[in-house]
Design a protein around this ligand. Sequence first.
Ligand code: CUA
Length: 166
Amino acid sequence: MHLHKYEKIWIAFGTGSLLVFLTILGIGAFYQGTQPPSCLVTLDPANVQAHESFKEENLGLHQVGENEYVVNVLATAFNYDLGKDAEGNTVRKIRIPAGSKVTFQATTSDVVHGFQLAGTNVNMMLEPGYISDYVTTLNTPGEYTLLCNEYCGLGHHLMMAVVEVY
Ligand code: CUA
């Protein structure tokens, strides 16, 4: 088969473009390994308590400004630890006034977990050794379910907590 000169040029151009694309994709995907996008802070997953935010007494909801809150969450199989209330009971639900600026900070001390606040944009992957954070403003009152969207074992579907915006 005889190939026209322009066909050869276009085939060469097409092949070249594909190689460039695959090279960029390959470098982009694996450069510096994989890690959650928001994770610039690392910690020791075997000793998360060493980090101020994940000390037992610092877990859960904290008001840090007039309209500003921080929520520290430690995920483990199969639980989101939001700390204890004043009576020493495990917190399953936190309440935040509508319109507040909220920073969620979360990590895991065992395997990879998800951190999705259903019905909002809050959606993070938690990887051992990294702190994931998400800053948002929750404007619409309602009860939002915090759930795990990374399969993490037999109790995966049991991982949940509630954030109420009022
Ligand atoms: Cu934790 Cu699925």
